[in-house]
Design a protein around this ligand. Structure first.
Ligand SMILES: Nc1ncnc2c1ncn2[C@@H]1O[C@H](COP(=O)(O)OP(=O)(O)OP(=O)(O)O)[C@@H](O)[C@H]1O
Ligand SMILES: [Mg+2]
Length: 539
């Protein structure tokens, strides 16, 4: 088989060939799983390409070839096949109609009617100046969410045409903006490269908790709106279940659920469950605030690698509209495995446990896209990221867990022994922590009870004391414990059984005020504790 030569863009008499001929010289030279070596010129790093209709992304450029990862199975591709440039980076289209949908890792709809039209209210008028981030139209996207069409960041100008209110497809032009670089057409949708964070005016300090209704989380290890959290846990310890509980009950406006390399039936479960359940705040179906990004274990690894960026870009888009968005990624370990597989196909030098040396930077870049911010259009919004980590053999010292721990401020460690004992959620209070307490305690004091932090401290202290006492009792027997120590054990047992344990099926949600009352009642259970709390209260 012969391939066109790279120099074929010149004819014998030195004339440059037509553009169509130039396109012809970009062709597949080698195929290794989802990774292609492509000969030809003119590619840009991170540019999106298509091969035989399959989407791909340029991930390395060498003097004589480009390396492309393909987001589909490469079965059937042949050497010599043409590779088409698109001239734009790997992007997704942000548009109305996304909420309630299920998409693959690069945002291709798995269940949606794309030809939909939307009833849009156009809020911009001719003569008005619009800047990046400004809202010019809105669509009632679902019963609880209003989609707001925004000027892409970096674009500004004066409106020369504004369409009337009416029904539009997401790509129809509805505003013409006269900018310094000519007329810019705006529609309800905009493209955004998934690997680039959407800009904000400024990041704000996150001080409001994301209420989840899960007692051990809200009361003991809370997370803020705009925070980051890791849920590490061995096989079957309840990572997915915890993520589902949060997706169902947390008080975010939008949930982006990324099923990354996990079982397909779990995603189906989410779809079915969420359609039936109601959001307690709006009484609308839970699906009408949820977007599912599904890249299950049987789907191509390259799209899995992209799926977390797709999810976070979507989240940033809704944050820009002024929403509080929670992103659940289940599981980031499967994402890291996709990274490892692609890296090994590129023959990169492996670092710890075969993961590429840039694993830590990639994880940092992902989690740093969380935050509470003032948007370009003056609204405030947040992106919270909650990532499950599934370390092999529940070994928390493996690279993905270790690095994730560095970049997240909340850590809900799932414990195999608790899961075996059917204590759910199996969050081990001795290994878990929340780094947000200093910022959010004021909110708890103001909104729930002035003594909330004191009770939390007391509960945690009792659980720590219990573990030390149990160690002692193991050596010398419970009989040798003092009456006071036995009382600590009995209170700790009550905390575990009636407070931190919370069955997702029978006891799915506890309002925060009730959580406080529960803590108070448990600690009042003994006169000893009663007294100590009173002493603490009078401090
Ligand atoms: N909060 C909970 N309430 C009741 N049962 C739970 C809870 N969390 C977990 N379980 C039980 O544990 C089982 C395993 O949970 P789950 O599938 O969430 O684990 P996982 O850590 O995601 O597992 P894997 O490593 O396979 O992904 C569930 O099927 C359920 O029976
Ligand atoms: Mg799971």
């Amino acid at each position: 088989m012969s391939f066109p030569a790279v120099t074929a863009n010149k004819t014998e008499n030195g004339l440059v060939l037509a553009e169509t001929d130039l396109e012809m010289i970009r062709y597949i030279h080698g195929i290794n799983g989802p990774v292609l070596t492509v000969h030809g010129e003119g590619f840009a790093m991170a540019e999106m390409v298509t091969v035989n209709g399959l989407p791909g992304e340029v991930i390395a450029l060498k003097p004589d070839a480009a390396t492309v990862q393909i987001y589909e199975s490469t079965a059937g591709l042949k050497r010599g096949m043409t590779v088409e440039k698109t001239n734009h980076p790997m992007s997704i289209t942000l548009r109305p109609g996304i909420i309630g949908g299920i998409f693959d890792g690069i945002m291709r709809p798995l269940n949606e009617n794309i030809a939909r039209r939307f009833s849009a209210q156009i809020t911009a008028e001719p003569g008005q100046t619009l800047n990046g981030g400004d809202i010019f139209a809105s669509v009632e996207e679902t019963e609880s969410i209003t989609y707001k069409a925004m000027v892409p960041p970096g674009v500004s100008g004066v409106v020369s045409y504004a369409a009337p209110h009416g029904e539009y497809s997401s790509s129809e032009k509805i505003i013409l903006l006269e900018t310094q670089n000519g007329t810019h057409e705006l529609s309800l949708s905009q493209k955004w490269p998934i690997r680039i964070p959407r800009p904000v005016k400024r990041k704000l300090s996150a001080e409001i908790p994301l209420i989840t209704g899960q007692r051990v989380i809200d009361s003991l290890f809370p997370i803020v709106k705009g925070g980051t959290c890791a849920i590490p846990g061995g096989f079957g310890t309840g990572k997915t279940m915890t993520q589902h509980q949060l997706a169902k009950f947390c008080d975010a406006d939008i949930i982006i659920y990324i099923g990354c390399g996990e079982r397909g039936n779990e995603m189906t479960e989410v779809l079915e469950d969420f359609a039936k359940l109601k959001d307690p705040r709006t009484n609308a179906s839970l699906l009408s605030r949820t977007v599912l990004i599904a890249n299950t274990s049987d789907m191509p690894v390259a799209a899995r690698e992209a799926s977390i960026y797709t999810g976070i870009t979507l989240a940033e888009c809704y944050r820009d509209m002024g929403c509080d968005v929670a992103v659940m990624a289940d599981s980031t370990s499967r994402w890291a495995e996709a990274l490892r597989e692609l890296s090994s196909r590129l023959a990169e030098i492996p670092a710890e446990e075969g993961y590429p040396a840039y694993l830590a930077t990639r994880l940092a870049a992902f989690y740093s896209r969380a935050g509470y911010a003032e948007n370009l259009n003056g609204t405030n919004g947040s992106v919270t990221i909650i990532g499950a980590v599934s370390p092999q053999g529940a070994d928390f010292s493996e690279p993905v867990t270790l690095h994730t721990k560095r970049f997240t401020r909340c850590f809900w460690a799932l414990d195999r022994r608790l899961a075996y004992a059917r204590h759910f959620p199996a969050i081990n209070p001795l290994q878990s922590y929340s780094g947000y307490l200093p910022e959010i305690d004021e909110w708890y004091v103001k909104n729930i009870h002035p003594d909330f932090p004191i009770y939390r401290e007391k509960i945690l202290k009792t659980l720590f004391e219990e573990s030390t006492l149990l160690e002692t009792a193991k050596l010398v027997g419970t009989d040798s414990l003092t009456q006071k120590e036995k009382q600590v054990l009995s209170v700790a047992k009550k905390i575990r059984e009636n407070f931190t344990a919370q069955n997702a099926h029978t006891d799915p949600f506890t309002p925060l005020q009730k959580q406080f009352e529960l803590m108070k009642n448990i600690l009042r259970a003994t006169s000893e504790n009663h007294r100590s709390v009173r002493i603490l209260n009078t401090r």
